[in-house]
Design a protein around this ligand. Structure first.
Ligand code: FAD
Ligand code: DLZ
Length: 510
Protein backbone atom coordinates (compact mmCIF):
# COMPACT_ATOMS: atom_id res chain seq x y z
CA UNK A 1 0.00 0.00 0.00
CA UNK A 2 1.53 3.32 -1.05
CA UNK A 3 0.70 6.62 0.60
CA UNK A 4 0.83 10.21 -0.47
CA UNK A 5 2.12 12.36 2.36
CA UNK A 6 1.03 15.95 1.98
CA UNK A 7 3.23 18.50 3.74
CA UNK A 8 1.85 22.02 3.78
CA UNK A 9 3.82 25.22 3.51
CA UNK A 10 3.73 25.79 7.26
CA UNK A 11 4.69 22.24 8.22
CA UNK A 12 8.35 22.32 7.27
CA UNK A 13 9.86 19.90 9.75
CA UNK A 14 10.81 16.25 9.63
CA UNK A 15 9.14 15.90 13.04
CA UNK A 16 5.76 16.53 11.45
CA UNK A 17 3.32 13.74 12.36
CA UNK A 18 2.46 13.07 8.70
CA UNK A 19 5.93 11.54 8.29
CA UNK A 20 5.60 9.13 11.23
CA UNK A 21 6.21 5.50 10.12
CA UNK A 22 6.45 6.54 6.49
CA UNK A 23 8.16 4.31 3.98
CA UNK A 24 10.77 6.25 2.04
CA UNK A 25 10.80 3.71 -0.76
CA UNK A 26 7.09 3.45 -1.48
CA UNK A 27 5.47 6.60 -0.13
CA UNK A 28 5.61 9.93 -1.93
CA UNK A 29 5.83 13.26 -0.18
CA UNK A 30 3.81 15.95 -1.94
CA UNK A 31 4.51 19.63 -1.52
CA UNK A 32 2.88 22.27 -3.67
CA UNK A 33 3.09 25.97 -4.35
CA UNK A 34 -0.43 26.67 -5.55
CA UNK A 35 -2.39 29.65 -6.72
CA UNK A 36 -5.25 29.31 -4.24
CA UNK A 37 -3.00 29.25 -1.15
CA UNK A 38 -0.84 32.04 -2.48
CA UNK A 39 -3.86 34.20 -3.28
CA UNK A 40 -6.58 33.71 -0.64
CA UNK A 41 -5.41 36.99 0.79
CA UNK A 42 -3.10 39.72 -0.44
CA UNK A 43 -0.06 38.02 1.18
CA UNK A 44 2.95 40.27 1.60
CA UNK A 45 5.53 39.55 -1.11
CA UNK A 46 8.16 38.70 1.52
CA UNK A 47 5.82 36.14 3.09
CA UNK A 48 5.45 34.46 -0.30
CA UNK A 49 9.22 34.48 -0.80
CA UNK A 50 9.80 33.08 2.67
CA UNK A 51 7.31 30.25 2.26
CA UNK A 52 8.14 29.24 -1.29
CA UNK A 53 11.88 29.38 -0.66
CA UNK A 54 11.63 27.53 2.67
CA UNK A 55 9.40 24.92 1.00
CA UNK A 56 11.88 24.43 -1.84
CA UNK A 57 14.80 24.10 0.57
CA UNK A 58 12.87 21.67 2.74
CA UNK A 59 11.87 19.52 -0.25
CA UNK A 60 15.52 19.40 -1.35
CA UNK A 61 16.61 18.34 2.13
CA UNK A 62 14.01 15.56 2.15
CA UNK A 63 15.18 14.35 -1.26
CA UNK A 64 18.79 14.40 -0.12
CA UNK A 65 17.67 12.28 2.81
CA UNK A 66 16.21 9.61 0.52
CA UNK A 67 12.56 10.66 0.37
CA UNK A 68 10.62 10.57 -2.88
CA UNK A 69 9.23 14.06 -3.20
CA UNK A 70 6.83 15.44 -5.75
CA UNK A 71 7.36 19.19 -5.60
CA UNK A 72 4.85 21.29 -7.50
CA UNK A 73 6.33 24.67 -8.41
CA UNK A 74 4.11 27.69 -8.83
CA UNK A 75 3.13 28.17 -12.44
CA UNK A 76 0.25 30.52 -13.31
CA UNK A 77 -0.57 28.44 -16.41
CA UNK A 78 -0.83 25.15 -14.57
CA UNK A 79 -4.41 23.85 -14.26
CA UNK A 80 -3.74 22.49 -10.78
CA UNK A 81 -4.52 25.68 -8.91
CA UNK A 82 -5.18 24.20 -5.50
CA UNK A 83 -3.85 21.51 -3.22
CA UNK A 84 -6.70 19.13 -3.98
CA UNK A 85 -5.93 19.22 -7.70
CA UNK A 86 -2.23 18.54 -7.08
CA UNK A 87 -3.04 15.65 -4.74
CA UNK A 88 -5.58 14.24 -7.23
CA UNK A 89 -2.93 14.35 -9.97
CA UNK A 90 -0.41 12.54 -7.78
CA UNK A 91 -2.93 9.88 -6.74
CA UNK A 92 -3.49 9.14 -10.41
CA UNK A 93 0.24 9.13 -11.18
CA UNK A 94 1.42 6.98 -8.27
CA UNK A 95 -1.63 4.77 -7.70
CA UNK A 96 -1.43 5.56 -3.99
CA UNK A 97 -4.58 4.69 -2.09
CA UNK A 98 -4.22 6.83 1.00
CA UNK A 99 -3.39 10.45 1.73
CA UNK A 100 -1.70 11.24 5.03
CA UNK A 101 -1.37 14.77 6.31
CA UNK A 102 -1.05 16.70 9.55
CA UNK A 103 -3.99 18.85 10.56
CA UNK A 104 -3.66 22.26 9.03
CA UNK A 105 -3.74 25.57 10.84
CA UNK A 106 -6.66 27.23 9.12
CA UNK A 107 -10.34 26.47 9.31
CA UNK A 108 -10.80 27.32 5.62
CA UNK A 109 -8.32 24.70 4.43
CA UNK A 110 -9.25 22.24 7.16
CA UNK A 111 -12.81 22.25 5.84
CA UNK A 112 -11.57 21.47 2.35
CA UNK A 113 -9.20 18.69 3.38
CA UNK A 114 -11.94 17.14 5.54
CA UNK A 115 -13.97 16.56 2.35
CA UNK A 116 -11.16 14.99 0.36
CA UNK A 117 -11.93 11.37 1.23
CA UNK A 118 -15.27 11.80 -0.54
CA UNK A 119 -14.06 13.99 -3.36
CA UNK A 120 -10.91 11.97 -4.11
CA UNK A 121 -12.30 8.54 -3.25
CA UNK A 122 -9.37 7.47 -1.07
CA UNK A 123 -8.77 7.32 2.67
CA UNK A 124 -7.45 10.60 4.07
CA UNK A 125 -5.73 10.37 7.43
CA UNK A 126 -5.38 13.67 9.26
CA UNK A 127 -2.94 13.47 12.15
CA UNK A 128 -2.63 15.87 15.10
CA UNK A 129 -0.09 18.67 14.96
CA UNK A 130 2.14 17.96 17.94
CA UNK A 131 4.26 21.05 17.43
CA UNK A 132 1.81 22.73 19.78
CA UNK A 133 2.36 22.23 23.48
CA UNK A 134 -1.33 21.89 24.31
CA UNK A 135 -3.48 19.69 22.11
CA UNK A 136 -6.85 21.03 20.96
CA UNK A 137 -8.56 18.64 23.37
CA UNK A 138 -6.36 19.65 26.27
CA UNK A 139 -7.27 23.28 25.70
CA UNK A 140 -10.95 22.46 25.36
CA UNK A 141 -10.84 20.55 28.67
CA UNK A 142 -9.15 23.47 30.39
CA UNK A 143 -11.65 25.97 28.94
CA UNK A 144 -14.72 23.93 29.76
CA UNK A 145 -17.08 25.65 32.15
CA UNK A 146 -15.13 28.94 32.19
CA UNK A 147 -17.17 31.94 31.15
CA UNK A 148 -14.12 34.02 30.38
CA UNK A 149 -10.71 32.64 29.56
CA UNK A 150 -7.63 34.27 30.99
CA UNK A 151 -4.26 33.59 29.43
CA UNK A 152 -2.40 33.91 32.73
CA UNK A 153 -4.07 30.85 34.27
CA UNK A 154 -3.64 28.76 31.16
CA UNK A 155 0.02 29.83 30.99
CA UNK A 156 0.65 28.59 34.53
CA UNK A 157 -0.75 25.20 33.54
CA UNK A 158 1.64 25.14 30.60
CA UNK A 159 4.58 26.06 32.85
CA UNK A 160 3.67 23.16 35.12
CA UNK A 161 3.18 20.81 32.20
CA UNK A 162 6.54 21.58 30.58
CA UNK A 163 8.53 22.35 33.72
CA UNK A 164 9.82 25.50 32.02
CA UNK A 165 11.19 27.97 34.59
CA UNK A 166 9.87 25.80 37.41
CA UNK A 167 11.78 25.02 40.62
CA UNK A 168 12.29 21.50 41.90
CA UNK A 169 9.60 22.29 44.50
CA UNK A 170 7.08 23.08 41.76
CA UNK A 171 7.07 26.87 42.11
CA UNK A 172 7.92 29.47 39.49
CA UNK A 173 11.61 30.38 39.17
CA UNK A 174 12.35 33.86 40.50
CA UNK A 175 9.40 33.63 42.91
CA UNK A 176 6.73 34.96 40.51
CA UNK A 177 4.80 33.56 37.57
CA UNK A 178 4.89 36.81 35.70
CA UNK A 179 7.36 39.72 35.55
CA UNK A 180 5.29 41.88 33.23
CA UNK A 181 5.49 44.91 35.51
CA UNK A 182 9.25 45.03 34.79
CA UNK A 183 8.74 44.98 31.03
CA UNK A 184 7.52 48.49 30.30
CA UNK A 185 10.54 50.73 29.82
CA UNK A 186 10.71 53.37 27.15
CA UNK A 187 13.78 52.99 24.91
CA UNK A 188 15.84 56.14 24.43
CA UNK A 189 18.57 54.70 22.23
CA UNK A 190 20.67 52.97 24.89
CA UNK A 191 21.66 50.17 24.91
CA UNK A 192 21.79 50.10 21.14
CA UNK A 193 19.49 47.58 19.50
CA UNK A 194 21.10 44.77 17.50
CA UNK A 195 20.69 44.77 13.74
CA UNK A 196 18.28 42.03 12.67
CA UNK A 197 19.76 38.64 11.88
CA UNK A 198 20.34 38.42 8.12
CA UNK A 199 20.72 35.68 5.59
CA UNK A 200 21.69 36.79 2.10
CA UNK A 201 19.44 35.16 -0.54
CA UNK A 202 20.95 32.10 -2.21
CA UNK A 203 20.14 30.94 -5.76
CA UNK A 204 16.90 29.27 -4.71
CA UNK A 205 15.68 32.35 -2.89
CA UNK A 206 16.71 34.64 -5.72
CA UNK A 207 14.70 32.53 -8.15
CA UNK A 208 11.68 32.77 -5.88
CA UNK A 209 12.10 36.52 -5.53
CA UNK A 210 11.97 36.81 -9.34
CA UNK A 211 8.90 34.58 -9.44
CA UNK A 212 7.08 36.63 -6.81
CA UNK A 213 8.01 39.90 -8.47
CA UNK A 214 6.76 38.59 -11.80
CA UNK A 215 3.50 36.94 -10.73
CA UNK A 216 2.53 38.66 -7.47
CA UNK A 217 3.54 42.19 -8.31
CA UNK A 218 0.16 43.52 -7.18
CA UNK A 219 0.53 42.03 -3.70
CA UNK A 220 1.31 44.18 -0.68
CA UNK A 221 4.90 45.03 0.25
CA UNK A 222 8.21 44.51 -1.44
CA UNK A 223 10.74 41.73 -1.96
CA UNK A 224 13.62 44.23 -1.65
CA UNK A 225 16.17 43.46 1.05
CA UNK A 226 14.78 39.99 1.72
CA UNK A 227 16.95 38.57 4.48
CA UNK A 228 14.87 35.96 6.30
CA UNK A 229 16.22 32.53 7.12
CA UNK A 230 14.79 29.84 4.83
CA UNK A 231 16.24 26.62 6.28
CA UNK A 232 16.29 24.96 9.69
CA UNK A 233 19.97 25.62 10.11
CA UNK A 234 19.57 29.32 9.35
CA UNK A 235 16.55 29.62 11.64
CA UNK A 236 18.59 27.97 14.43
CA UNK A 237 21.24 30.62 13.84
CA UNK A 238 18.56 33.31 14.06
CA UNK A 239 17.48 31.88 17.44
CA UNK A 240 21.05 31.85 18.69
CA UNK A 241 21.55 35.42 17.48
CA UNK A 242 18.45 36.52 19.38
CA UNK A 243 19.62 34.81 22.56
CA UNK A 244 23.09 36.29 22.33
CA UNK A 245 22.23 39.84 21.33
CA UNK A 246 18.60 40.74 22.05
CA UNK A 247 17.15 38.48 24.75
CA UNK A 248 18.97 40.20 27.64
CA UNK A 249 17.05 43.43 26.88
CA UNK A 250 13.87 41.82 25.53
CA UNK A 251 12.03 42.19 28.85
CA UNK A 252 12.90 45.78 29.67
CA UNK A 253 11.94 47.09 26.23
CA UNK A 254 9.23 44.63 25.27
CA UNK A 255 6.60 47.37 25.06
CA UNK A 256 8.82 50.11 23.66
CA UNK A 257 8.54 51.67 20.19
CA UNK A 258 11.10 53.70 18.29
CA UNK A 259 11.02 56.12 15.41
CA UNK A 260 14.42 54.84 14.19
CA UNK A 261 14.53 51.14 14.97
CA UNK A 262 12.12 48.67 13.37
CA UNK A 263 13.01 45.59 15.39
CA UNK A 264 14.34 46.71 18.79
CA UNK A 265 14.99 43.67 21.02
CA UNK A 266 12.33 41.38 19.57
CA UNK A 267 13.22 37.90 18.43
CA UNK A 268 11.78 38.03 14.87
CA UNK A 269 11.27 34.29 15.21
CA UNK A 270 7.50 34.04 14.63
CA UNK A 271 7.82 33.56 10.83
CA UNK A 272 10.06 30.54 11.49
CA UNK A 273 8.12 29.07 14.41
CA UNK A 274 4.87 29.32 12.48
CA UNK A 275 6.12 27.60 9.31
CA UNK A 276 7.93 24.80 11.12
CA UNK A 277 11.55 25.92 10.78
CA UNK A 278 11.76 26.26 14.57
CA UNK A 279 10.08 24.21 17.26
CA UNK A 280 8.29 26.43 19.82
CA UNK A 281 9.19 24.28 22.83
CA UNK A 282 12.84 24.13 21.80
CA UNK A 283 12.85 27.93 21.45
CA UNK A 284 11.48 28.28 25.00
CA UNK A 285 14.02 25.79 26.31
CA UNK A 286 16.87 27.70 24.68
CA UNK A 287 15.68 30.92 26.36
CA UNK A 288 15.33 29.18 29.75
CA UNK A 289 18.88 27.85 29.37
CA UNK A 290 20.12 31.40 28.86
CA UNK A 291 18.63 32.33 32.24
CA UNK A 292 20.07 29.33 34.04
CA UNK A 293 23.45 30.19 32.51
CA UNK A 294 23.17 33.77 33.82
CA UNK A 295 23.10 35.21 30.29
CA UNK A 296 19.71 36.95 30.48
CA UNK A 297 17.59 38.25 33.36
CA UNK A 298 14.39 36.62 34.52
CA UNK A 299 12.08 39.43 33.37
CA UNK A 300 13.38 38.92 29.81
CA UNK A 301 13.29 35.15 29.77
CA UNK A 302 9.96 34.76 31.54
CA UNK A 303 8.44 37.49 29.36
CA UNK A 304 9.66 35.79 26.21
CA UNK A 305 8.57 32.30 27.23
CA UNK A 306 5.14 33.65 28.26
CA UNK A 307 4.57 34.90 24.71
CA UNK A 308 5.12 31.46 23.23
CA UNK A 309 4.00 29.10 25.96
CA UNK A 310 1.18 31.38 27.03
CA UNK A 311 -0.16 33.65 24.32
CA UNK A 312 0.66 31.56 21.29
CA UNK A 313 -0.88 28.39 22.66
CA UNK A 314 -3.80 30.30 24.18
CA UNK A 315 -4.88 31.99 20.94
CA UNK A 316 -4.57 28.74 19.03
CA UNK A 317 -6.78 27.00 21.59
CA UNK A 318 -9.42 29.72 21.30
CA UNK A 319 -9.35 29.59 17.51
CA UNK A 320 -10.11 25.88 17.30
CA UNK A 321 -12.62 25.98 20.12
CA UNK A 322 -14.73 28.66 18.47
CA UNK A 323 -14.29 28.44 14.73
CA UNK A 324 -16.04 29.01 12.43
CA UNK A 325 -18.40 31.31 14.38
CA UNK A 326 -15.53 33.26 15.92
CA UNK A 327 -14.59 34.80 12.55
CA UNK A 328 -17.91 36.60 12.19
CA UNK A 329 -18.10 38.10 15.70
CA UNK A 330 -18.60 41.88 15.81
CA UNK A 331 -19.92 42.57 19.28
CA UNK A 332 -19.10 46.28 19.19
CA UNK A 333 -21.15 46.63 16.02
CA UNK A 334 -18.39 48.25 13.95
CA UNK A 335 -19.26 49.40 10.44
CA UNK A 336 -16.36 51.54 9.24
CA UNK A 337 -14.31 50.53 6.19
CA UNK A 338 -10.57 50.11 6.70
CA UNK A 339 -8.89 53.42 5.82
CA UNK A 340 -6.84 53.16 2.66
CA UNK A 341 -3.69 54.44 4.40
CA UNK A 342 -3.33 51.01 6.03
CA UNK A 343 -2.15 49.88 2.60
CA UNK A 344 -0.04 52.90 1.71
CA UNK A 345 1.26 54.23 5.04
CA UNK A 346 0.30 57.63 3.70
CA UNK A 347 -0.85 59.33 6.89
CA UNK A 348 0.37 62.28 8.93
CA UNK A 349 0.04 60.26 12.14
CA UNK A 350 3.70 59.47 12.69
CA UNK A 351 3.21 56.29 14.73
CA UNK A 352 0.80 54.88 12.15
CA UNK A 353 3.04 55.87 9.26
CA UNK A 354 6.05 54.27 10.92
CA UNK A 355 4.26 51.02 11.81
CA UNK A 356 2.70 50.65 8.34
CA UNK A 357 5.85 51.62 6.51
CA UNK A 358 7.89 49.07 8.50
CA UNK A 359 5.20 46.50 7.75
CA UNK A 360 5.38 47.27 4.05
CA UNK A 361 9.19 47.02 3.95
CA UNK A 362 9.71 44.12 6.35
CA UNK A 363 6.48 42.05 6.52
CA UNK A 364 7.07 42.61 10.23
CA UNK A 365 6.05 44.97 12.99
CA UNK A 366 6.52 44.13 16.61
CA UNK A 367 3.74 43.36 19.02
CA UNK A 368 3.19 46.83 20.46
CA UNK A 369 2.99 48.41 17.03
CA UNK A 370 0.38 45.82 16.04
CA UNK A 371 -1.56 46.14 19.28
CA UNK A 372 -1.27 49.75 20.37
CA UNK A 373 -0.82 51.61 17.09
CA UNK A 374 -2.48 50.02 14.04
CA UNK A 375 -4.76 47.88 16.22
CA UNK A 376 -5.62 50.63 18.65
CA UNK A 377 -6.50 53.02 15.82
CA UNK A 378 -8.81 50.45 14.20
CA UNK A 379 -10.49 49.84 17.56
CA UNK A 380 -10.98 53.54 18.31
CA UNK A 381 -12.22 54.25 14.78
CA UNK A 382 -14.64 51.31 14.83
CA UNK A 383 -13.31 49.50 11.76
CA UNK A 384 -15.20 46.39 10.66
CA UNK A 385 -13.46 43.37 12.20
CA UNK A 386 -13.37 41.38 8.96
CA UNK A 387 -11.54 44.19 7.14
CA UNK A 388 -8.90 44.76 9.77
CA UNK A 389 -8.48 40.99 10.20
CA UNK A 390 -7.87 40.59 6.51
CA UNK A 391 -5.27 43.33 6.62
CA UNK A 392 -3.34 41.64 9.41
CA UNK A 393 -3.61 38.28 7.67
CA UNK A 394 -2.11 39.75 4.53
CA UNK A 395 0.69 41.95 5.72
CA UNK A 396 2.84 39.91 8.11
CA UNK A 397 5.24 37.08 7.29
CA UNK A 398 4.03 35.21 10.38
CA UNK A 399 0.30 35.57 9.65
CA UNK A 400 -1.93 32.50 9.60
CA UNK A 401 -5.59 32.55 10.43
CA UNK A 402 -5.24 30.54 13.67
CA UNK A 403 -2.95 33.11 15.25
CA UNK A 404 -3.97 36.31 13.47
CA UNK A 405 -7.72 36.03 14.02
CA UNK A 406 -7.84 35.74 17.84
CA UNK A 407 -5.17 38.42 18.17
CA UNK A 408 -7.03 40.87 15.96
CA UNK A 409 -10.68 40.05 16.46
CA UNK A 410 -10.32 39.19 20.16
CA UNK A 411 -7.35 41.03 21.59
CA UNK A 412 -7.40 44.18 19.46
CA UNK A 413 -11.00 44.67 18.36
CA UNK A 414 -12.73 43.19 21.43
CA UNK A 415 -15.23 41.87 18.89
CA UNK A 416 -15.72 38.64 20.83
CA UNK A 417 -17.31 40.48 23.75
CA UNK A 418 -14.27 40.11 26.03
CA UNK A 419 -13.91 36.37 25.79
CA UNK A 420 -10.18 36.57 25.06
CA UNK A 421 -9.29 39.77 26.91
CA UNK A 422 -10.88 41.30 29.97
CA UNK A 423 -10.78 44.86 28.62
CA UNK A 424 -10.11 46.55 25.30
CA UNK A 425 -6.58 47.83 24.73
CA UNK A 426 -7.90 51.30 23.89
CA UNK A 427 -5.41 54.09 24.51
CA UNK A 428 -4.95 57.75 23.73
CA UNK A 429 -1.84 59.38 22.28
CA UNK A 430 -0.50 59.66 25.81
CA UNK A 431 0.30 55.95 25.85
CA UNK A 432 2.09 56.14 22.49
CA UNK A 433 4.07 59.13 23.73
CA UNK A 434 5.00 57.32 26.93
CA UNK A 435 6.33 54.27 25.07
CA UNK A 436 7.94 55.88 22.00
CA UNK A 437 9.58 58.93 20.50
CA UNK A 438 7.15 59.10 17.56
CA UNK A 439 5.16 62.05 18.88
CA UNK A 440 8.04 64.50 18.77
CA UNK A 441 8.30 63.88 15.01
CA UNK A 442 4.57 63.99 14.41
CA UNK A 443 2.49 66.52 12.47
CA UNK A 444 -0.07 66.32 15.28
CA UNK A 445 0.37 67.53 18.84
CA UNK A 446 -0.01 64.76 21.40
CA UNK A 447 -0.62 67.28 24.18
CA UNK A 448 -3.71 68.69 22.48
CA UNK A 449 -7.11 67.06 22.18
CA UNK A 450 -9.59 69.30 20.45
CA UNK A 451 -7.59 71.64 18.18
CA UNK A 452 -7.18 70.96 14.49
CA UNK A 453 -3.58 69.82 15.02
CA UNK A 454 -4.40 67.66 18.05
CA UNK A 455 -3.35 64.02 18.05
CA UNK A 456 -6.30 62.08 16.56
CA UNK A 457 -5.87 59.26 19.07
CA UNK A 458 -6.87 61.63 21.90
CA UNK A 459 -10.37 62.62 20.77
CA UNK A 460 -10.99 59.21 19.21
CA UNK A 461 -10.18 57.59 22.54
CA UNK A 462 -12.87 59.57 24.36
CA UNK A 463 -15.31 59.01 21.52
CA UNK A 464 -14.75 55.28 21.91
CA UNK A 465 -15.27 55.47 25.67
CA UNK A 466 -18.44 57.52 25.22
CA UNK A 467 -20.02 55.49 22.45
CA UNK A 468 -19.39 52.18 24.23
CA UNK A 469 -20.66 53.21 27.65
CA UNK A 470 -23.16 50.39 27.67
CA UNK A 471 -20.53 47.86 26.76
CA UNK A 472 -17.88 48.87 29.27
CA UNK A 473 -19.10 51.19 32.05
CA UNK A 474 -19.73 48.26 34.38
CA UNK A 475 -16.39 46.59 33.60
CA UNK A 476 -14.36 46.98 36.82
CA UNK A 477 -11.17 47.48 34.78
CA UNK A 478 -12.77 50.39 32.88
CA UNK A 479 -14.37 52.22 35.83
CA UNK A 480 -11.55 54.72 36.14
CA UNK A 481 -11.82 55.68 32.42
CA UNK A 482 -15.52 56.40 32.86
CA UNK A 483 -14.92 58.40 36.03
CA UNK A 484 -12.28 60.45 34.18
CA UNK A 485 -14.72 61.02 31.33
CA UNK A 486 -17.50 62.13 33.68
CA UNK A 487 -15.13 64.47 35.52
CA UNK A 488 -14.47 66.54 32.40
CA UNK A 489 -16.58 69.66 31.89
CA UNK A 490 -19.58 69.22 29.56
CA UNK A 491 -18.13 71.78 27.13
CA UNK A 492 -14.84 69.86 26.95
CA UNK A 493 -16.64 66.56 26.46
CA UNK A 494 -18.70 68.04 23.70
CA UNK A 495 -15.60 69.55 22.02
CA UNK A 496 -13.85 66.17 22.18
CA UNK A 497 -16.81 64.38 20.63
CA UNK A 498 -17.12 66.98 17.89
CA UNK A 499 -13.42 66.78 17.12
CA UNK A 500 -13.70 62.97 16.95
CA UNK A 501 -16.69 63.22 14.61
CA UNK A 502 -14.72 65.54 12.32
CA UNK A 503 -11.79 63.12 12.35
CA UNK A 504 -14.01 60.15 11.54
CA UNK A 505 -15.69 62.11 8.77
CA UNK A 506 -12.28 62.86 7.26
CA UNK A 507 -10.56 59.66 8.17
CA UNK A 508 -8.89 59.12 4.81
CA UNK A 509 -7.11 62.47 5.14
CA UNK A 510 -5.52 61.88 8.54
P1 FAD B 1 8.61 38.47 20.05
O1 FAD B 1 8.15 39.77 20.59
O2 FAD B 1 10.05 38.22 20.05
O3 FAD B 1 7.83 37.33 20.84
C1 FAD B 1 8.31 35.98 20.88
C2 FAD B 1 7.34 35.03 20.27
O4 FAD B 1 6.16 34.95 21.05
C3 FAD B 1 6.86 35.35 18.87
O5 FAD B 1 7.81 34.92 17.92
C4 FAD B 1 5.56 34.57 18.78
O6 FAD B 1 5.79 33.25 18.42
C5 FAD B 1 5.07 34.59 20.22
N1 FAD B 1 4.01 35.59 20.44
C6 FAD B 1 4.14 36.79 21.02
N2 FAD B 1 2.93 37.38 21.18
C7 FAD B 1 2.04 36.52 20.67
C8 FAD B 1 0.63 36.56 20.52
N3 FAD B 1 -0.10 37.60 20.96
N4 FAD B 1 0.02 35.54 19.89
C9 FAD B 1 0.74 34.47 19.44
N5 FAD B 1 2.08 34.39 19.58
C10 FAD B 1 2.71 35.39 20.19
N6 FAD B 1 1.69 36.56 15.78
C11 FAD B 1 1.86 35.68 14.80
O7 FAD B 1 2.68 34.78 14.92
N7 FAD B 1 1.10 35.75 13.66
C12 FAD B 1 0.17 36.72 13.48
O8 FAD B 1 -0.49 36.75 12.46
C13 FAD B 1 0.00 37.67 14.51
N8 FAD B 1 -0.88 38.68 14.38
C14 FAD B 1 -1.02 39.59 15.38
C15 FAD B 1 -1.95 40.62 15.23
C16 FAD B 1 -2.13 41.53 16.25
C17 FAD B 1 -3.14 42.62 16.10
C18 FAD B 1 -1.38 41.43 17.42
C19 FAD B 1 -1.60 42.39 18.55
C20 FAD B 1 -0.46 40.42 17.58
C21 FAD B 1 -0.26 39.50 16.56
N9 FAD B 1 0.67 38.47 16.68
C22 FAD B 1 0.81 37.56 15.68
C23 FAD B 1 1.44 38.31 17.90
C24 FAD B 1 2.78 39.06 17.93
O9 FAD B 1 2.60 40.40 17.63
C25 FAD B 1 3.80 38.43 17.01
O10 FAD B 1 3.90 37.06 17.29
C26 FAD B 1 5.16 39.06 17.21
O11 FAD B 1 5.10 40.43 16.98
C27 FAD B 1 6.16 38.39 16.30
O12 FAD B 1 7.39 39.01 16.36
P2 FAD B 1 8.61 38.38 17.16
O13 FAD B 1 8.86 37.00 16.69
O14 FAD B 1 9.73 39.34 17.10
O15 FAD B 1 8.00 38.29 18.60
C1 DLZ C 1 0.37 30.78 3.40
C2 DLZ C 1 0.65 29.78 2.30
C3 DLZ C 1 1.02 30.22 1.03
C4 DLZ C 1 1.19 31.65 0.73
N1 DLZ C 1 1.25 29.36 0.04
C5 DLZ C 1 1.15 28.02 0.26
C6 DLZ C 1 1.35 27.09 -0.77
O1 DLZ C 1 1.56 27.43 -1.91
N2 DLZ C 1 1.28 25.78 -0.46
C7 DLZ C 1 1.01 25.34 0.80
O2 DLZ C 1 1.00 24.13 1.03
N3 DLZ C 1 0.77 26.23 1.78
C8 DLZ C 1 0.83 27.55 1.57
N4 DLZ C 1 0.56 28.45 2.55
C9 DLZ C 1 0.07 27.95 3.86
C10 DLZ C 1 -1.41 27.59 3.72
O3 DLZ C 1 -2.11 28.60 3.02
C11 DLZ C 1 -2.12 27.44 5.06
O4 DLZ C 1 -2.09 28.69 5.70
C12 DLZ C 1 -1.50 26.52 5.99
O5 DLZ C 1 -1.07 25.37 5.36
C13 DLZ C 1 -2.43 26.20 7.12
O6 DLZ C 1 -1.83 25.28 7.99
Amino acid sequence: MANLILILGDQLTTDISALDNADRKHDTVVMAEVHDEASYTNHHKKKLVLLFSAMRHFARALQADGWQVHYHRYDPDNDARNLEAVVAGQLARTGADRVITTECGEWRLHEQISQWHERLGVAVEIRPDRRFIASKQEFADWAEGRKQLRMEFFYREMRKKTGLLMTAEGGPEGGHWNFDADNRRKWTGKPSAPAPFRVEPDTVTREVIDLVDEHFGDHFGTTADFHFAVTHEEAEQALQYFIDFALPCFGDFQDAMSDDEDWLFHSILSPYINCGLLDPLAVCEAAAQAWYAGRAPINAVEGFIRQILGWREFVRGIYWLHMPDYASENRLGNTRALPWFYWTGDTKMRCMHKAIDATRRNAYAHHIQRLMVTGNFALLAGVKPEEICDWYLAVYADAYDWVELPNVLGMVMHADGGYLGSKPYAASGKYINRMSDHCKHCHYNVNKSTDEDACPFNALYWHFIDRHREDFASNPRMGMMYRNWERQKPAQRSALLQRAERLLGNIEKL
